[in-house]
Structures are given as structure tokens and as C-alpha cells.
Design a protein around this ligand. Sequence first.
Ligand SMILES: Cc1cc2nc3c(=O)[nH]c(=O)nc-3n(C[C@H](O)[C@H](O)[C@H](O)COP(=O)(O)OP(=O)(O)OC[C@H]3O[C@@H](n4cnc5c(N)ncnc54)[C@H](O)[C@@H]3O)c2cc1C
Length: 327
Amino acid sequence: MKIWVVLQQKEGELHRMSREAIAAAQQLAAATGAGAVDALILGSGIGSLAEEVAGAYALGAVRFADHVNLANYTPGGYVGALQPAIATAAPDLVLFPHTYQSVDYMARLAQALGAGLLPEITAFEDAEGGMLFTRPVLGGKLDAKVRIRGEGTVLISIQSGAFAADSAQAGSGELVALGGDLEAAKPDREILGVEEVGGEHVDLTKAEVIVAAGRGVGSGEKMKVIEELAEVLGAEIAASRPVIDNGWLERDRQIGSSGQTVAPKLYIAAGISGAIQHTVGMKGASVVVSVNKDPGAPIFNLSNYGIVGDLHEVLPALTEAIRQAKE
Ligand SMILES: Cc1cc2nc3c(=O)[nH]c(=O)nc-3n(C[C@H](O)[C@H](O)[C@H](O)COP(=O)(O)OP(=O)(O)OC[C@H]3O[C@@H](n4cnc5c(N)ncnc54)[C@H](O)[C@@H]3O)c2cc1C
């Protein structure tokens, strides 16, 4: 059994989830009796990052591809560099952090390799008949247990927050060039520039009370119920991704795997289903109160208090009750 892990980096810094992917790969190697894990890093001018990784983690090799074609991420460049290396060495499993970037190219890479694809893994267990992988489906309402059958390489993405980055084993690995013809790994998108989205950065990590809005709020005009509850509580407002994508709130108030990670004393989740990409950002809250009209919403699994009902009725009643209690 041979296990590889592809690390994501930007401007020479590892993406937070790359460390989680290393931890997952090491644990999977231990569980399957595989040898040491090889890590892959792609980019331009990433020599010192590759050295840093090779000096920090218990790995077999750190295979790095350092080429101007990989200066910016493009699916063409990444698939062009990874496909020949994976096809030649034929690792059994190649792990990736489940990020916007890997989601963008993993399917194409799997197709180019004729490899299997197992996205969004949150756990694995050594069961009778072989390794069983867990992946949440239907917005987290069910966990599917998946077993790999047949021969050949399988690409696996690791969901955010499923494996603790600090459980990655320290040690060292050997630096090796990825090899292959990187000249042929042609970028297939022209990056004209990179703009940071969001205006002033709002730091929600120190907020003690947060009222978070989900898609269930319904529209930007209806956000008033959230604002009024936040005001009476002296709370910060935050949201799940659809609220941000719909433009109902500024982007720097997103909670979750691609937003902020918070740990307030009180987190009120209104109209939020509880998808793992959201809950990884708020599961450190001391007390979670959820309002959702679906009694089966996964958010209730990690709530201390759950209110089943229409948030447009529940929140104004809560706001009023708090107002009166304060008087
Ligand atoms: C790579 C990647 C990264 C992502 N990063 C993030 C991230 O950082 N943060 C994030 O939040 N998401 C993220 N997502 C999206 C995530 O998968 C979910 O789609 C998202 O969290 C769902 O948001 P939601 O709960 O608001 O919406 P939905 O899942 O649509 O849930 C809406 C909920 O509102 C309830 N509801 C509807 N109307 C009412 C009402 N009137 N009263 C009460 N309840 C009501 C419904 O029952 C439902 O449970 C990411 C996805 C991917 C693929």
C-alpha cells in the first residue's frame, strides 16, 4: 500500500487544511500498514516551503514541482504536472484537502488517470472486509460508508475539520523533485490579477455572542430579524455561505471552512442546516441555540437548545422576551 498526499499552498504558505490532510494520510497509513506517506507540493519558488515540510513532518518523501507554469493555480497546469507522476508511481491512494481548488481539478485529474474518486471523507475505520470511509451526504443528514473495490489509484479528498492538524506527526522526509516534463504542464487559464474579496476585515474570533443567519432567512430584506436579535444581545452578526453568496451580508462575516472559525460563549444559528463546512467553523461555541423549521436538520445534533419553528416567528419573540427581561 502506497499513500500520497497533495498539499495546497499559496505564496509559499501551506493552506491550513494541508496539515489536516497530512494528519489524515499518516493515520490512514498507520491503519492500513502502508509505508511512510509521500507529500507533493506544486508551485513556483516553493523550494523553501518544500524544505520546511520535509523538516517538519514524518514523511517518506516530499516530492516538489517548482516551475513557472505552476506559479498560479490552473487546472491545466496542476493536472499536467500530477497526472504523469501519479500514473508512473501508481500510489494506491492520493489524498487532497477538500478545498475550492481541489474540487476544481480533482475530477479532471481522476478522469485523466482513469482513477477512482472518493470526495469529502470525514473518517475511516478498519472494518471486516477492508477499510470503510465515511462521507456525509444529503447536507449532512446521513453518513455514507464507502468501501473501495477493485484495483488502481483512488483520489480522496479530506473534509475540513475532520482530522486535527496538530495530530500530524512530526519528523522528516527526503526532498525529491516530482519529475516529469513540467514544460508540458501548460496553464489553461490566464490570471489577470487577484483581488481580495470583502472590505474591512471583521474579526469574529473574539466575539462572545454571535447571531448567525442561514439561507432559511429567505432574502436580504428579511435579515432585519437577525439584526434586531443581535442588537438586543449586543452580538455580532455572522452567516453561512449562501447568505454571503446571495449578497445579504458582507463576505468577511462567513463562518465555516472557507470563512472564520469562532468560539463564542453563545452561537445562535437561525435557518442554518448544519452542513459540515459550516459546523467546522462554529463547533467550538460553548452554547449553541438553533432555530430551524426542519426537526431533522443536522444542526440540532450539536445544539444545546433547539427550537423547531419558523425563524420569522421565533426570533422576534426571542428579541421581545430579551428586551422585556432587560427592562
Ligand atoms: C468547498 C466548500 C466550502 C464551503 N465553505 C462553507 C463555509 O465556509 N461556510 C458555510 O456556511 N458553508 C460552506 N459551504 C457550503 C455548505 O456546504 C452548505 O451548502 C451551507 O453551509 C448551507 O448553508 P445553509 O445552512 O444556510 O443553507 P441550507 O443548507 O439551504 O439550509 C437552510 C436551512 O434553513 C431552514 N429553514 C428554511 N426556512 C426556514 C424558516 N423560515 N425558519 C427556520 N428555518 C428555516 C431549512 O430547514 C434548512 O435547514 C462550502 C461548500 C463547499 C463545497
